[in-house]
Design a protein around this ligand. Structure first.
Ligand code: HEC
Ligand code: HEC
Length: 246
């Protein structure tokens, strides 16, 4: 009898407790959903400083670091779509942020890059002028057909420029990654940068009216292939000659 009374009292207390917990649960839930609704727009600058600047530099100017991963200059990146794609996919050595950042955060950092860090304009490029400037300033290291240095197989040489976006090319001109010199406005104007970019973008996919371009290794390689052909013909005639005599 005593026991039953005790258990009854316990049950009552428990149900009273439950009656208290439920409203508290609803209040907390309402507060949480309120917080989600009134959440402020993510701060693109803070996201950039937390996630991107260690590789791209605090102003997106690029880093040629040995310790951290070297990443290109972003100061000519005007297309938010490209930034969003890079942050989601993580090209090359860059990690993907698809699981670390929310979509609004990715949009906020893309807006920050394109509206605040992109200070190199890319307008009014002229392909002819770009070709002249490329031969003057870049070809000594990157060669005329933009396929990289004479020993383009070794990583330390000037790389082939076939895969770089316009933004990365313009950024590299101002930034000067690694052993490459930086070219300030006093040396190459903004409009001339745009011209060089226009030329390189064209040279990345040129027409090849003379047949196979032999991987664009240039006149030395083309001459070499011609000589190999001539030598092969000489050997062939000598061989036929021998065969005729023997
Ligand atoms: C671990 C270093 C690292 C971090 C962190 C990093 N990046 Fe990168 N990023 C790179 C590298 C390296 C590349 C060049 C990839 C390649 O080889 O194409 C790159 C390329 C890019 C490009 C493409 C440039 C182009 O036009 O081809 C964009 C845009 C970019 N990063 C933006 C960002 C943003 C925004 C963040 C922060 C959310 C970020 N990155 C964080 C290393 C990094
Ligand atoms: C003195 C030789 C030299 C000259 C001149 C030079 N470059 Fe470079 N360039 C390099 C080297 C070396 C690298 C590789 C740097 C590295 O990987 O750290 C490079 C890298 C680059 C890259 C790749 C950047 C990246 O993020 O990986 C681009 C684009 C580029 N150069 C464009 C140009 C253009 C355009 C010019 C002319 C205005 C030019 N370079 C002039 C030597 C040169």
């Amino acid at each position: 009898m005593k026991l039953r009374r005790a258990s009854n009292r316990l049950r009552k207390r428990a149900s009273r407790g439950f009656g208290l917990i439920l409203p508290i649960f609803f209040i907390v839930q309402a507060a949480l959903s309120q917080a989600v609704v009134s959440q402020p727009v993510p701060d693109g600058k803070a996201i950039f400083e937390e996630h991107c600047s260690k590789c791209h530099g605090d102003q997106g100017q690029g880093i040629s670091a040995v310790v951290s991963i070297a990443a290109p200059c972003l100061q000519a990146e005007h297309n938010p779509g490209k930034v969003i794609a890079a942050v989601e996919l993580g090209p090359g050595h860059m990690p993907s942020f698809a699981s670390t950042l929310s979509m609004p955060q990715i949009h906020a950092v893309a807006d920050y890059v394109t509206q605040h860090l992109a200070v190199i304009p890319l307008e009014n490029g002229n392909i002819g002028q770009g070709g002249v400037l490329f031969r003057q300033y870049c070809a000594s290291c990157h060669r005329t057909a933009v396929r990289g240095g004479a020993l383009a197989f070794v990583g330390t040489n000037a790389p082939a420029l076939t895969d770089f976006s316009g933004a990365v090319i313009a950024g590299a001109i101002r930034w000067g990654p690694g052993p490459m010199p930086a070219f300030p406005r006093a040396a190459i104007t903004d409009q001339q940068v745009a011209s060089i970019v226009t030329y390189i973008k064209y040279a990345q996919h040129p027409l090849s009216p003379g047949g196979s371009a032999l991987n664009w290794y240039g006149p030395v390689a083309e001459g070499f292939v011609a000589w190999v052909g001539v030598l092969a013909l000489i050997f062939l005639t000598v061989w036929i000659e021998r065969g005729g005599k023997g």
